[in-house]
Design a protein around this ligand. Structure first.
Ligand code: ADP
Ligand code: 5GP
Length: 203
């Protein structure tokens, strides 16, 4: 099966995706291609495949992708072949992609996809997380914060929505849903409560 995690930037989806893969041997993470510059701690081929615009354009022209999107002036894409290979090996694949990519992935036929939207507990915590990740880069942080409302407006396109306040608690909730879905069961969530939470966040 395929499990997608999306969120406004800094809410914690990459951390959660990595924790899921680190603790569950059947999960593998889809490694995206991007034209973004690597961050100091990022490794090519592990966090992303870092490519230039020409290489990106040729992947798109060759129709090798499931989805692609332009986000914060950079391009990101998910290639088909590695995903098909993982699925054929019986692996569950985790995706850390945005709402644009999720919309495209959901349109692909014969894929079994469950989607999660991750929210921060509040705006202050989100800002602190971004400050922590991008020390001193106020402009970049501002850009990502400005996108918060737009990104969060897509929460209702997702099967499940969780608040990443305490990392371990949020992780357990996601894992529990994945285990339910793997058994063919749905997990109930009160969408009205989520809507109220979202309203408070975007005020
Ligand atoms: P995203 O992938 O959604 O942009 P990250 O996973 O990179 O976000 O997380 C942003 C920052 O917040 C990272 O420095 C990460 O270590 C931290 N972080 C993630 N989850 C939590 C949490 N529950 N509590 C505190 N810090 C967190
Ligand atoms: P970052 O630059 O912080 O790693 O990621 C920025 C945004 O791009 C995040 O929302 C992340 O989920 C998204 N992203 C990463 N890889 C892909 C991808 O292959 N496709 C799409 N559509 N979004 C991606």
């Amino acid at each position: 099966m395929m499990f997608v995690l999306s969120s406004p930037s800094g809410a914690g989806k990459t951390t959660l995706t990595k924790k899921l893969a680190a603790n569950n041997t059947n999960f593998t993470i889809s490694i995206s291609h991007t034209t973004r510059e690597p961050r100091p701690n990022e490794i090519n081929g592990k966090d992303y495949y870092f490519i230039n615009k020409e290489e990106f354009n040729s992947l798109i022209k060759g129709n090798h992708f499931y989805e692609y999107a332009k986000i914060f002036d950079n391009y990101y894409c998910t290639l088909k072949d590695p995903i098909l290979k993982f699925l054929s090996l019986g692996k569950d694949v985790l995706f850390d992609i945005d709402w644009q990519g999720t919309q495209q992935l959901k349109k692909v036929k014969n894929l079994s996809i469950v989607t999660f939207f991750i929210l921060p507990p509040n705006i202050q915590a989100l800002k602190e997380r971004l400050l922590n990740r991008h020390k001193g880069q106020e402009k970049l942080i501002g850009k990502r914060m400005n996108k918060f409302n737009e990104e969060t407006s897509h929460w209702n396109e997702y099967n499940y929505v969780f608040v990443n306040d305490n990392l371990d608690t949020c992780y357990e909730k996601i894992l529990n849903v994945i285990e339910c879905e793997k058994r063919g069961e749905k997990h109930y969530q009160n969408r009205n409560e989520i809507e109220e939470k979202v309203k408070k966040l975007v005020e």
